[in-house]
Design a protein around this ligand. Structure first.
Ligand code: BES
Ligand code: MN
Ligand code: MN
Length: 457
């Protein structure tokens, strides 16, 4: 891998410029106004994969946004690594909170500021460049396939059917994903778990029209009052979730597992300072790392209704809405939790309001083994470039398709992510460290090398 590493070192500036071009494309999957930009981003990834040396590169249309596929099969008898990532990004609003515009990538204090800098364009591009470096130096040790989708941030709606319809094409030994974070640059870690997700939208209707809040107030159920009360009732005084059956399938961690987790360094003061909060919050009896990595949650992501314009309008609103997400842990099932939520939510509503629950996307939680070849290869690669063995951690976020990869393709994933918590994913001023971008490009070829060697042994 020496030539590969030298090549990476000599091409750093070009790699960054090419990433910038990708970051300038506003590929926001959630907003139909950017549909054409999604195609532009997919075409850009295709072009770069081709230039790097991939074959059979295609932009595969779906009923939603396209999936980019490409491959390099050097010898069918060698192992095949499937690289998965996403070129879509979250909406960048509120724009006024960005120091520099989200789609005008800028370097400040050794960091790349742009929407998607870390999640996931920066991390996807590390793979494209690591591949190019191995190809140009004749050091690609095994077969590689790329599947870069454009709907991760909206729940990967069309990727599941694509996988099921293309099982032969996607055949691989392992799926390699860089779309997660590490504890710190000097405390490398590998996520071995991801939370699942159930996401619902609720609509409460009280009276058939907005009413005068004086004439009717006090005698007619106000759907916003009711909605907030219903939401508040879904956590008890210990911040446990009160939906009956919600925890039934949760696998409790053993005392050993909890002790192991507690070894990962965590600085509560730094955490509070970063977020400018006087205290943390959460389920009684669990540490912060346990709360985000191993416990399920219920959170309101947005809530609206009634009058929110300038000044005041005395109105008793007809409707109230909220978007609610539940993060799930092994062995919870997304569809089951959506059903339990819906039943409970309808049950606790008073007769004065009508309730509608609409499920959005979801996904099941995953655990990846630590005694696997791929975990070993990722550990060795990180040890090689970071000089430290990575700690296994559980990520609080979700990549819904990972559970499906295992279920439908029968292939396990390894989550070799290079982000940090300070990267501000989904927030204003998202960023990605130059250190992390380049370290990722250096580390990936070693994963290929060690995985191939371990697989042959
Ligand atoms: N890359 C993240 C997931 C992530 C981030 C996992 C950090 C672990 C650590 C991914 O792009 C993401 O944001 N997923 C969504 C899922 C969704 C919109 C269905 C999430 O977790 O909210
Ligand atoms: Mn992501
Ligand atoms: Mn994301």
């Amino acid at each position: 891998m020496e030539n590969t590493q030298r090549f990476i070192n000599e091409n750093k500036d070009r790699f960054l410029e090419e990433l910038f071009a990708l970051l300038r494309i506003p590929s926001i999957s959630a907003d139909t106004a950017y549909k054409q930009d999604m195609v532009t981003a997919a075409e850009y990834v295709k072009k770069k994969l081709e230039e790097a040396g991939a074959n059979n590169v295609e932009v595969c249309p779906t009923p939603g946004h396209p999936i980019v596929y490409g491959e390099k099969i050097i010898d069918p008898s060698l192992p095949t690594i499937l690289v998965y990532g996403h070129y879509d990004v979250q909406p960048a609003v509120p724009l006024e909170l960005w120091t520099t515009p989200p789609f005008d990538p800028t370097i400040r204090n050794e960091r790349i500021y742009a929407r998607g800098a870390c999640d996931d364009k920066g991390q996807v591009y590390m793979h494209v460049k690591a591949f190019e470096a191995m190809m140009k130096n004749g050091e690609l040790p095994c077969n590689i396939k790329f599947m870069i989708e454009g709907e991760e941030e909206t729940g990967s709606t069309n990727l599941g059917p694509f996988c099921i319809a293309n099982k032969e094409k996607l055949k691989s030994d392992v799926i390699l994903i860089s779309d997660t974070s590490m504890l710190a640059n000097d405390i490398p870690s590998i996520d071995v778990g991801l939370r699942g997700l159930s996401y619902v939208e609720v609509e409460l209707t009280g009276p058939n029209r907005d009413l005068h809040s004086g004439v009717y107030g006090g005698a007619v159920a106000n759907p916003i009052n009711i909605l907030t009360k219903m939401i508040a009732s879904m956590h008890d005084e210990n911040n446990h979730i009160t939906i009956p059956g919600f925890y039934d399938d949760v696998i409790a961690l053993s005392a050993e597992e909890r002790a192991e987790m507690a070894k990962a360094p965590f600085d509560l003061e730094a955490y509070k300072k970063d977020l400018d909060i006087a205290d943390a919050w959460g389920e009684k009896g669990y540490s912060i790392m346990e709360r985000t990595g191993t416990r399920p949650t219920l959170d309101v992501n947005g809530i609206w209704g009634g009058y929110t314009g300038e000044g005041s309008k005395t109105v008793l609103p007809s409707k109230a809405f909220a978007k609610i997400s539940m993060r799930l842990v092994p062995n919870q099932n997304s569809d089951k939790i959506t059903r339990l939520f819906t039943e409970h939510f309808k049950r606790i509503a008073p007769a004065g309001v009508k309730v509608e629950v609409t499920p959005h996307h979801g996904g099941d939680p995953v655990l990846t083994p630590t005694d696997s070849l791929e975990f070993k290869a990722a550990s060795m690669a990180i040890e090689k470039t970071f000089g430290k063995n990575p700690i296994p951690t559980r990520g609080g976020g979700s990549i819904p398709i990972v559970a499906l990869f295992e279920r439908e393709l029968g292939v396990k994933s390894v989550l070799m992510g290079f982000g940090l918590d300070i990267d501000a994913l989904h927030s204003p001023n998202e960023s990605y460290g130059l250190f992390n971008f380049y370290k990722g490009i250096e580390t990936i070829p070693y994963f290929f090398k060690y995985y191939t060697e371990l697989k042959k042994a």
